[in-house]
Design a binder for this molecule. Structure first.
Ligand code: PLP
Length: 346
């Protein structure tokens, strides 16, 4: 039986075109300043390409999404300053470093959200009564089954924050999946955010890295923070060459991942002991709630042992399935059959 790995889109491997671009990349020392950029020609070109794609002035390569979110928020908020996040946002729940007293010491202000959209009344009350350095949003929303924030809701949140003079940082790890799901241009979707982080190492298949983007002044500031944090790399064109191909070839492709996730969710939603909130299945992530007696860790282990399907733990009663380049239509059909069989057997 073929192993089908649905744990995460981070398992994607670079495409042959990316490997070729890596071989051919013109390199230099990105840490030696030449104006606002370094000496790596590939890095300069790809950072411009990413900025253009996102409709922002400039962009900067960072080693990971966590690194990118962290340096952006650090640019707005000093130690002790307040940062608005949701309790199950990736930044707060998974990354944690910004709010770790020993490391960054920023102070989280938790505002409730549904499918990535803050409760507006609560957000207003926070903006009114507290000094907030930055409001973080996430689109698509990882721990809500990859749900997307619609364009009008993005606008509402951005405009509201702007009326209080508070910048918005977007954790856009999977913003291209979100843009495809919303059938909109990414630059249009994110218009008004002061900064964004996008991952190229997930569904876009590049091996390593993320970008942050914003206005010139902001990127300059973050470049300094990146250096202090040890995130300035030398011949980074090796990585950015692959990222450039990811931006050129994969940003629309992720729509197929979204479609396959929908198909998979539809196929297994009525399986015994499974509940899926189909309204959240909008991109390439499916959150599956387990309603049977089997706890998530056991479900995951047995599904892998018995049916060769790998999935990811969310909590004791829910798991995550993620589609990506390399998971084909046949794999989806096969997974549906295997999961249904498995659910009938437990
Ligand atoms: C994966 C992810 C990140 C962090 O990216 P890493 O490269 O793993 O550090 C940030 N936000 C969201 C929503 C993510 O899914």
């Amino acid at each position: 039986m073929k192993l089908i790995d649905l744990r995460s889109d981070t398992v994607t491997l670079p495409t042959p075109e990316m490997m070729e671009a890596i071989m051919k990349a013109k390199l230099g020392d990105d840490g030696r300043a030449r104006g606002d950029k370094g000496e790596d020609e590939t890095a300069v070109a790809v950072e411009k390409k990413v900025a253009d794609k996102l409709g922002l002035d400039d962009s900067l390569f960072v080693p990971s999404g966590t690194f990118g979110n962290t340096v952006c928020v650090m640019a707005y908020a000093k130690r002790g300053d307040s940062v608005v996040v949701a309790s199950n946002s990736h930044i707060y729940k998974s990354e944690k470093v910004l709010f770790d007293d020993d490391v960054c010491g920023r102070v989280p202000v938790i505002v409730p959200q549904i499918r990535g959209v803050y409760n507006i009344a609560e957000l207003i009350s926070v903006l009114r009564t507290k000094k907030i350095a930055v409001v973080c949003i996430e689109n698509s929303y990882n721990f809500e089954g990859g749900a997307v924030i619609p364009k009008n809701k993005m606008r509402e949140i951005i405009d509201l924050c702007s009326s209080y003079g508070v910048p918005v940082h977007l954790d856009g790890a999977r913003i291209f999946n979100a843009a495809e799901a919303l059938n909109t241009d990414v630059a249009n979707l994110i218009k008004g955010v002061k900064s964004v982080m996008v991952c190229v190492s997930k569904g876009l298949c590049a091996p390593i890295g993320s970008f942050i983007a914003g206005d010139k002044e902001f990127i300059k500031k973050v470049r300094d923070i990146r250096k202090k944090m040890g995130g300035q790399l030398r011949q980074v064109g090796i990585l950015e060459a692959a990222a450039g191909i990811a931006i050129d070839t994969m940003t629309n492709y992720v729509n197929y991942d979204n479609i396959r996730a929908r198909k998979l969710a539809e196929g297994i939603q009525n399986a015994k002991g499974i509940y899926i909130d189909m309204s959240t299945v909008q991109t390439n992530i499916i959150k599956v709630d387990l309603t049977g007696r089997v706890e998530a860790r056991e479900f995951i282990k047995r599904l892998e042992d018995e049916k060769k399907v790998k999935t990811h733990y969310i909590n004791d009663s829910s798991i995550r399935l993620v589609t990506y380049h390399g998971i084909s239509d046949d794999d989806i059909e096969e997974t549906i059959t295997r999961i249904k069989d498995f659910c009938n057997s437990i």
